[in-house]
Design a binder for this molecule. Structure first.
Ligand code: F0G
Length: 461
């Protein structure tokens, strides 16, 4: 229900709390130095507001915790699987439904089955783990998001849309070959700023896939948030329920991977679902080999019980209104303060454009990392750099190449923080903004061969 009041009323009350340890500037300075200016290396207990990710960080409901107690831990055929299966089947209509321990396990199994040398898998934008799992099988991962989705300040209601023309071009180029085993569509488009995909675009993508006989798979981890954006922004959906919209979205796909750590509001879990019978045996074998028997994948019975319940709760409109409004609230206030952010504001996170905010720091001096460190120092807030430090690109001569965008992502965990936590974050950012001209860049002092942002060391310049 759309509220006439400005204050966001969280549609829940708090029954169980986790204390937050308060720290001061001096303490944080020491902690940051000991963590080598890499926020992944700070202990969570030393963070005051943790906006590192919305993945697996949500708060489960009393009903979900109740379900945890009911979990059936039988090795084969447990009731918790069948209960969860019923929810997934009703929502998505999929025939083959497999639990995995998280999203990337579903990706690894799917691409392990359909990928291979010479193959190509397009997407609006592949998330890092999706791309990595595709490339691991020697398959080429191609991003075909619409042009508007590539620029931080461009306004478009569905900036996550697939570029249908480019997709058609790719399909046409490889027509008659079996090089494209499937097409993916990520809803919402995380790497592009949590931007939604319209129903029209999903339909068009599906129609094109059908024309070229290519199955369409969704990367569906934020499916409910995407559905809410469709309801809010797309003509003809104003009066539909979220469930109706979600069902329509899934009716256009032939399968999906899902990290249940997002919109299923559980701390761990994933799904791999599809209709096609011909890959079922292979998927099942890989699942059993690497995750677990087909009725538990990588999960306990209790995990699946909570997951099924989470999938029901995420469809509640009051919840989604609060969810999208709170992200919007953070973004709107930042814009009012003159802090440059990726617009429009996406579903699960606000992305500060550090290149625009700190133009005096060269991209290869990692402005978004500098901003991340500053937010921690100022107020114990943890965000994550999505820029040159994370991507770590080098050209053939070994010279480092800057990323196209230098962003600081502030991801909002589900049902965890209240509006006053967000107000606090805003005050912290306002303080940082006051002294932004004095913020200095960083250099890398220790660089691991892979995924350097997780464990690399840095030092201020
Ligand atoms: N796809 C998307 C769009 C994601 O955002 C993620 C995870 C995954 C797949 C992989 O799922 O973590 O369960 O293995 N995103 C997290 C994030 C890590 O912080 O955005 P997973």
């Amino acid at each position: 229900m759309e509220s006439k009041f400005k204050t966001i009323i969280e549609p829940f009350r708090i029954k169980m709390v986790e204390p937050i340890k308060m720290t001061n500037y001096e303490q944080r300075k020491k902690i940051l130095e000991e963590a080598h200016y890499n926020l992944f290396l700070i202990k969570a207990k030393d963070i005051m507001v943790d906006l590192l990710t919305d993945s697996g960080t949500g708060a489960m409901s009393a009903k979900q915790w109740g379900k945890i107690m009911e979990g059936d831990e039988s090795y084969a055929g447990c009731e918790s699987y069948y209960e969860m299966r019923e929810v997934v089947e009703e929502l998505t209509g999929m025939k083959h439904i497999y639990p995995t321990h998280q999203g990337r396990a579903a990706e690894r199994i799917l691409f392990g089955c359909v990928g291979g040398e010479g193959k190509i898998i397009p997407n609006n934008t592949h998330f890092d783990t999706t791309r990595a799992n595709i490339e691991f099988t020697q398959t080429k991962a191609v991003d075909l998001v619409i042009e508007e989705g590539l620029s931080p300040e461009f306004d478009h209601p569905f900036k996550g849309n697939m570029d249908i023309k480019l997709l058609k071009g790719l399909f046409e180029e490889h027509k008659g070959s079996d090089r494209i085993p499937l097409c993916m569509l990520t809803i919402t488009n995380n790497s592009g700023g949590g931007q939604p995909v319209s129903m029209k675009n999903i339909r068009e993508t599906k129609a094109l896939c059908d024309e070229y006989k290519i199955p369409l798979f969704l990367d569906a981890c934020r499916f409910a948030e995407n559905a809410y954006f469709i309801k809010m922004r797309e003509k003809g959906f104003e009066n539909k329920t979220i469930k109706e919209i979600v069902k329509e979205i899934f009716s256009y796909c032939d399968g999906f991977t899902m990290s249940a750590k997002k919109d299923a509001i559980v701390n761990m879990g994933g799904l791999l679902c599809f209709n096609e019978d011909s890959i079922d045996d292979k998927v099942k074998s890989m699942l059993i080999l690497t995750e677990g028997f087909s009725t538990y994948g990588g999960l306990s019975g209790r995990d699946m019980a909570a997951l099924g319940q989470g999938l029901k709760e995420v469809l509640e409109e009051d919840y989604l209104e609060y969810r999208i409004r709170s992200t919007q609230y953070l973004g709107d206030r930042l814009m009012k303060m003159g802090v440059p952010v990726v617009t429009p504001i996406g579903g699960h996170a606000v992305y500060i454009d550090a290149k625009a905010m700190l133009p005096h720091i060269a991209p290869l001096d990692y402005p978004a990392q500098a901003l991340a460190c500053e937010l921690y120092l100022e107020g114990g807030v943890r965000g994550v750099e999505i820029g040159s430090f994370m991507f770590g690109h080098y050209d053939e001569s070994g010279k480092e190449i800057a990323s196209t965008m230098e962003l600081l992502r502030l991801a909002i965990p589900r049902r965890v923080y209240t509006q006053s936590h967000i107000d606090y974050v805003l005050e912290v950012i306002a303080e940082v903004a006051k002294k932004k001209d004095k913020i200095k860049g960083y250099k890398i002092t220790k660089e691991p061969a892979f995924l350097r942002h997780f464990s690399g060391h840095m030092a201020p310049l």
